[in-house]
Design a protein around this ligand. Sequence first.
Ligand SMILES: [Zn+2]
Length: 490
Amino acid sequence: MRVQRQLLFTGLCLAFVLTGFAEAAISDEPIFRAGAATSNITPPIDSDSTARSSNRQATHVHDELHARCLVLDDGEAKLALVVCDLRHISAEVVIDAKRMIQRMTGIPPECVLVSATHTHTSTGTRLEEGEGEPFYDYRAYLTRRIAEGVLRAVNQLEPARIGWGVAEEPTQVFNRRWFLTANRGVIYGAHDNIELVDTNPGYSGLLRPAGPVDPQITFLSVQSTEGQPIALLASYGLHYVGGVPANTISADYFAIFADRIGELLGAERYQDPPFVGIMANGTSGDVNNLERYSEEELAKRGTLPKKRYQFFEKAREVAHLCAEKVMEAHQSIKWHDHVKLSSLQRTLTFERRYPTKAEVEWAEAVKAKKIKPMSTSRYSTYSTVLAYASPEMPPTIDVVVQTHRIGDLAIAAMPFEVFAEIGLELKDRSPIQPLMNISIANGSHGYLPTPEQHRLGGYETWIGVNKVQLDASVKMVDALIEMLGELNGK
Ligand SMILES: [Zn+2]
C-alpha cells in the first residue's frame, strides 16, 4: 500500500512567557508550574426532541459537559492537556481552538493536546459531519470555550510539584469482540460476507474474546508547593459506561471520576484555585463495560444473577472503583519539584479506505432492490459502501499524532478509537516508561483495528466506521515509537 508520511512539524515547544523568565531569573533555578481550569461546553437543549432531524436533540442535562484543561510549565516550555466531555472531537475544531490558544497564551499547537472522553451522551454534539445551523453555532462556541479553558489554566499557573503512577482496574474492561461457539451459527458482516468474530454478541454461546484489554489506569498528579491538589489526569481504556436516560446529556463516568478523585485527594470544594480531575480515554476501540464470559468460564462460575442498575448507578460504581485504585497507587508516587517538558507532533497521511469489488457489487444489488440484506441495519451500510466507492471522496486522510514527555512519563496521542492491543504494543515498545495513551485526540477518524483484526471482521472493521488503509495501525505505532525515541534522546 502506498504510504506517504509527511513530516509537518517536529521540535521542542518553547512558549515564551515573560512571567516564567522573571521568576526563573530570581531563583536561578527554573521553576515548574501548573494550572488547571474547566470550561463548560454543554450544548443547547430543546423541549422538542425532534428539533433536529439528523441528530437527536437533548431535552435534559443531568450533568454539564466540560473541557478540562491542565497546563504545565517547566520555565521554558509549556504543555496544555485538554480533555472534553464529548463523544468525538473533529480535527477542524481542534485546529481552530489551537490557533485561538496560541493567540491567547503563546502556546504553539504542537504543545496542545485536545481529546474527547467518548461519553456517548453528549447528545447533539457530533462534530465530524456537517449538519444544520445549530451545529455550526455549537462548533464556534465549543472552539471558543476550549481556548478560554486553557487561558484560564495559564492564568492560574503556580509553582507546583508533579508525580505519576500506574494503577490497575481489570474488573471493568471487557473486550467486546468475540469468537462464537458453532451453535450460534454464521456471523454476517457489512456486506453479508461471513466473518469470524462478532461485536457485542449477546451473552451466550461465547467462545473467547478476539482481543485483549488494557487494565492500567495511568495518571499524573500536580499539587502546589504547599501540598494543595491542583489536578489529576488519568487515562483508562474503557469505551464509556452509560446507563443514562434517553435524550439526556451526561459526561458519564469520566466526570464522576474527576469529582471522586478530588474528594479522595482532599481537595476542598471551594479551594482557590479549584481542583480539576480529568479522566481521558485510553485505547478502548474494542473494549466496553459489559461483562461477558465464555461458555467455559460460565460453566466454572455458574450463572450469577445479573444486577439491575438504576440510571447512573453503574457509572458511579466504575468511577469510584477507578478513583480508589488511583488513590492507592497515589500513596507511593515520587514527587518532583521540576521536570522537563518536550513535545513532538507529526502529520501522517493515510490512504483512504476503498470498498472491495464484492462490497460494491453487493451495495449496488441492494440499491437496485435485487437482494435484501441479511439484516435491516445493513441498509445503512450499502449507502456508505457506495459513498466510499465514489471518485469524489478525497484519496487520503491526514491525521495528527503527538508524543509528549513530562520528566520520565510519556503521553502518546492518537486521533482514532484505538484497539486495546495497539495501546498495549505502544506501552510495551515505548523507550520512556510509563506511557499514557490518549485516544480520540486532536481529531477523530473512526475505529483503528490492527490488520489481524481486520481479517477477523466485526463491526469496527467495516468501511465507514473504519476510514483508513488496513495497515494504518502499524504505520501509526512505528511513527509514535520513533517519536518517543527522539524525545528519549533529548
Ligand atoms: Zn463508541
